[in-house]
Design a protein around this ligand. Structure first.
Ligand code: ATP
Length: 285
């Protein structure tokens, strides 16, 4: 079935000193317009690799990505990206940081219109009274709000979030999760978000996709979230399916862990046998 976003047979091979390393292979995922998908998987399986290929920041080795009927071939303003650290210009104000992108994308608009767009999104993320504060004087949570406002202000067709709340304390994290959901209720941007947090994935997404362990990682498990929107945290936690879904995801991740441990043990055994036979050969000669 064709989707608004299509990742088809997506693959990535990195060149390494030990030869080519196939990190992602045959990764297939379609998303409907406005859908929110969370991508989970063990550390190093290839989540950021997938997201950076969709962002157009990492060349695709095989397969492809289509966003709104257009095959992507590099980065573009149709895809807004938010990383764990927002990478702001520290000496510039919150407003000017957002305006950097807005001025490029809305070059046809007047100065006042561009200002209003940037100020609007900064106000939505709760920074209405800090527009003129320099980025370096903002807390980590406030900086991440600027990053989110900057991404939305460009009116992207797709939002790509790579652990956007990973560096925040749990209270700020919960607050920003809710702000993000609120903006998405208005703007309905198709969103792919990487997280390590199963509960965050359950609370935020329409669908959770878990990758298999690499090498050659692909989609391993897909779960649909049955929770109503707008999401209310207490209702989600009390939903009769919440703990069942959570348990299935954790079980899948644990199974992947066991497979990895087994593979690591086999690799160690092979190395041990190899070094023992080398030693025997050396002793004989
Ligand atoms: N430029 C590169 N060259 C070679 N190998 C790379 C490169 N970038 C990433 N890798 C390797 O690809 C694998 C997947 O990395 P990636 O960052 O995509 O994983 P991840 O699932 O996002 O990890 P994490 O959850 O820890 O952020 C890792 O083994 C990593 O070392």
């Amino acid at each position: 079935m064709a989707g608004y976003v299509e990742m088809y047979r997506l693959g990535k091979t990195y060149d390494t000193p030990n030869g080519p390393a196939v990190i992602v292979e045959d990764f297939n995922l379609n998303m409907t317009k406005g859908e929110y998908v969370c991508l989970l998987g063990h550390s190093g399986c290839g989540k950021s690799t997938v997201l950076s290929m969709v962002a157009g920041l990492n060349p695709i080795t095989s397969g492809g990505v289509v966003v709104a009927n257009r095959e992507i071939d590099g980065p573009g303003p149709d895809r807004g990206v938010v990383f764990q650290s927002p990478c702001l210009m520290p000496w510039m104000t919150a407003l000017d940081n957002v305006l950097l992108g807005v001025n490029q994308v809305y070059s046809h608009g007047t100065r006042a219109q561009r200002h209003d767009i940037a100020a609007y999104y900064l106000t939505l993320v709760g920074l209405g009274s800090s527009l003129n504060k320099r980025a370096k004087d903002l807390s980590q949570g406030m900086q991440q709000r600027v990053g989110i406002a900057r991404a939305f202000a460009l009116k992207p067709k797709m939002l790509l979030l790579d652990e956007p709340f990973g560096m925040l304390d749990s209270l700020t994290r919960m607050e920003l999760q809710e702000i993000l959901l609120e903006i998405l209720m208005r703007d309905k941007v198709t969103t792919l978000m990487i997280t390590h947090d199963v509960d965050e994935a359950l609370f935020m997404s329409d669908r959770v996709v878990i990758m298999t362990n690499g090498p050659r990682a692909r989609v391993g498990m897909v779960s649909h979230m049955p929770f109503d929107r707008p999401r209310v945290r207490a209702d989600v936690l009390e939903h009769p399916e919440y703990y069942e879904l959570r348990g299935e995801m954790i079980q899948f991740l644990e199974d992947q862990d066991h497979k990895k441990l087994k593979a690591d043990a086999a690799k160690l055994e092979a190395m041990k046998t190899e070094s023992e036979s080398t030693l025997t050969e050396e002793t004989v000669s």
